[in-house]
Structures are given as C-alpha cells and as structure tokens.
Write a protein that binds this ligand. Structure first.
Ligand code: PLP
Length: 451
C-alpha cells in the first residue's frame, strides 16, 4: 500500500490555499466585511471549518449546482448536508411555497396541507401519527421527551460518535469500561451526559443489552446506518436485534431517518422493513424550507393523549409557535408528493454508485489504503483499508489535515463535498457529467498526492 508523505501534503495544501484565495476576491471581501458583526465572519460558528481561509459566499443555487459570488459554477455534492437532497429550489416546492407566501406564512392554526402531509408520511414510513417541528433536532428532542413521559425512565441510549442535531443527550461518547463521557466539543452541557445517556458501539448488541438491563432507559435513539462519523453500515440482523431488545427491556425505539432517507423513498426503515416506535426526519422533506417531523404508533398516540392535560399542553416542553406553519406544510406537501418520488431515487442511487466506482478506481490506481462505502444516494470514502464496523473505528480512521486538503482541492476545481466527511450525495438533478467531473478530479488529486 502507498503511504502518505506529510510534508508533500503540507506543500500541496499551501498551494491550494493560495489558489483558493486568488480565485475568490469577492468572497474574500465579503468575509472580511462579515467579521464586523459575526464572529469569524460566519452566521453559524461551525462554518469557519470549511476548507480555505474564508467561506465561499453563494450567489445562487439551482438543481445540483451553485454559483459563488465570484461567478464560479460548482457541482454541489454536499447539498446542504441533505437539506437540499431533492436539489436546490425544486420547481414544485418553489411553486407551492410561492403560492403560500401570499396566503399567510404562519398563523398557529392548521392548514389543509397538514392533512395531506401527515397522510403521505404515514403511507411512506408506516407509522400512523405525525407531529411537526422546524428542525430534525427539535423532532428528536420531542421524541425523547415523549419517551420519558411514557416510560417514566430518564436515560437515552445512543451510538458512540452519533450525531442527531444539537440534542443534549447525544453529545456523549463511550468512555473506559462502558462509561459515558461528554463529547470533547460539548459546549455548555446542562448536566454531564453521564446523567442522561448510555452510549453503546454500533453493531454491538451485547453492549446494548447491558445498557438496557439497568432498567432506566426510556429510548434508544439511532440512525439505522451511521452517517455522521463516516458511513457505518449495520451487520445483518443488527437493527432487528435492536428492535427485539428495545421491546424486551421496555424502551422505545426512535429511528432518526434525517440522513438515511438517502436509502429510498421510505428511508432505511422502509427499505429494510424496520419497525421503530417513533421515526424522526427533517431537512430534505421540505425541499430546504425549515421543517421537521416525528411519527409514532397508535399505541403511543393513545398513551400521550391519556398523559397530557389540555391546560398544560402548551408549556410541557413540546412545542414551538412556528411549528406546523403554512409555509413548511406547503413545502413538505409539494416535495413529498412531487419531488421525493421513487423515480427520483431510481435516478439518484445509480449515480451514487457511479461516484463510488470513480473514487474506487482512483484509490486502486494509486494503491491508497482507503475504502468507499455506499448507502443509497450517498457514498463516502474513508482513510482505512476496510469499512468501519462501529463509530470508534470510523472516528479513529479520520484524518483532519488530509480531509481539509482533499476538500479544498475539490473546491478549487468547482466541486463541493459534504464538510467533515468525504461524502457525496446525489439529487434528482445530478448528472453523469457531474459525477464524471468528480471522478476525473479525484484521480488527478490522488495521483499527485501519492506520486
Ligand atoms: C441524523 C441527523 N439527525 C438530526 C439532524 C439535525 O438536523 P437539523 O440540523 O436540521 O436540526 C442531523 C443533522 O445533520 C442529522 O444528521
């Protein structure tokens, strides 16, 4: 296997940083102005982590591409980290949202669209009842709260190195001897996560059973395949085993499909006939308009109805005045019915395979000790020889310096990858030419890096 020369990487990285800055005078100027009233010159702190000395400012985005303020066209393989999985500004969503904009944006009252959306979600995911939020993060928070209410238990089980949005309970990792420790980046945690959370490795049913045996677990919150520490696929029978243990130990199972929706129109859950008690999704189902939702069984709906007093219902920790607003509902109705269709996935999944094949060809050409993992319309390469079996393995194979370089190299050639991963997502507008552009770019990149 070919090994990486770190000093060469550092030299090449300097070259790419200079090229990035030279090609983007307008983004640079905006980034400097932006610093006056936004720390780091960015609207959200994590945006400073994009490769290059300042973020690329977007002029416009359509379908699978965006143009930056310096007039450079980009193939967008990040797609808002799934928020734009159905392409930027899909026509049906834009039409529906445009109509709704002049008919009232938010009223705290339902619109008729809510009936179509909840009915469509029930058919798609197989759970009969739905409630709405503005983000997947909030949907996860609410699902956890209901699980605590219904079980009378306090703890949540999550996978090591999971990500479910800014959910307090989920910023935990696995410590020595199965203990729970705060994730290093956990900012201002309300209480130590050891009080709220038990952490288990993905694909480890024995550890899950040990965690559940304490008898204090309200919910198991999972992605049915990990997507946020690289892609980690489940062993055969793993998700079924999680289901069985949840039932046996009286914990509710929450499948977070926010990213694994890339597996098909009904997400990983439907593609693999899984049966969670609750299901969370956000981002893509509104075509990019803020929305989130969680679905649950009839039994849970009945138990909630018996447990919450009407008088207290608005102050019980589940809510949001903007939740279920007319604009989000119009966006979800149009996106779910007209854009996120089986036909769209029939286009997207083969393109993700073609992308993975292109990357694999580049890896093979230079003999790099890397591998590619596929998950429906999404694929990713990692810096280890074999696919990771759990979150820790995936975490340990990460290489921040190398990753930043590869992302910058791609960006300088008009291709945006998902940040913090080497991940690509296809949308209904992605073309074979877009994928081929990535394959050619990747091959040149690794050939130079390993030459
Ligand atoms: C699996 C998963 N769940 C939930 C979220 C949170 O989504 P949002 O940032 O829209 O709240 C994310 C975000 O990346 C995610 O990956």
């Amino acid at each position: 296997m070919t090994s990486l020369d770190r000093s060469r990487l550092a030299r090449l990285h300097e070259r790419e940083r200079a090229a990035f800055t030279a090609a983007r005078p307008r983004s640079r100027e905006l980034a400097e102005r932006a610093r006056a009233h936004m720390p780091g010159g960015v609207p959200m702190s994590w945006m400073v982590k994009w490769p290059g000395d300042f973020p690329v400012f977007v002029e416009s985005a359509a379908g699978a591409h965006f143009t930056c303020v310096d007039g450079i066209d980009h193939v967008d393989l990040c797609l808002g980290d799934t928020g734009a999985m159905m392409g930027h500004s899909p026509a049906a969503t834009v039409d529906a949202v445009t109509r709704q904009l002049s008919r009232g944006i938010t009223t705290m009252l339902p619109t008729e669209d809510a009936i179509a959306v909840s009915t469509g979600l029930a058919e798609r995911f197989g759970l009969p009842y739905w409630q709405f939020t503005l983000t997947a993060t909030d949907a996860n928070r609410h699902a956890i709260r209901y699980a605590r209410l219904l079980t009378g238990r306090s703890k949540v089980v999550v996978h090591n190195w999971c990500y479910h949005g800014s959910v307090d309970e989920a910023f935990a990792t696995l410590g020595e001897g199965g203990t729970t420790v705060d994730r290093p980046s956990n900012i201002g945690a309300p209480v130590p996560t050891s009080e709220t959370t038990r952490v288990v490795e993905f694909n480890d049913l024995e550890a899950l059973e040990r965690a559940l045996a304490h008898g204090d677990v309200a919910a198991i919150l999972v992605e049915p395949a990990l997507t946020n520490i690289g892609i980690v696929l489940p062993d055969e029978g793993y998700n079924e085993g999680v289901r069985e243990l949840a039932t046996r130990y009286g914990a509710l199972l929450i499948n977070d499909e926010t990213h694994t929706i890339c597996a098909g129109p009904g997400g990983y859950t439907r593609a693999h006939d899984l049966h969670p008690d609750l299901l969370v999704i956000g981002k893509s189902i509104g075509g990019g308009i803020p929305c989130g939702t969680f679905g649950f069984t009839a039994e849970i709906a009945d138990r909630i109805a018996c447990s919450v007093e009407l008088e207290d219902i608005d102050v019980g920790g589940i809510g949001g005045t903007l939740a279920g607003n007319g604009l989000s509902m119009a966006a979800m109705k149009a996106t779910l019915e007209q854009v996120m269709t089986p036909a769209a996935f029939e286009h997207m999944v083969p393109l993700a395979d073609a992308w993975a094949d292109g990357v694999q060809a580049g890896i093979d050409a230079v003999g790099a000790d890397w591998h590619v993992t596929r998950l429906g319309a999404r694929a990713e390469y990692n810096f280890s020889h074999t696919p990771s079996h759990d979150g820790q393995e995936a975490h340990d194979s990460d290489d921040f310096e190398l990753q930043q370089y590869l992302h910058l190299y791609a960006l300088n050639r008009g291709i945006l990858l998902t940040p913090f991963h080497n991940m690509a997502l296809m949308c209904p507008d992605t073309t074979t030419a877009d994928v081929d552009a990535h394959s050619a770019m990747f091959r040149e990149c690794v050939e130079e890096l390993f030459s």
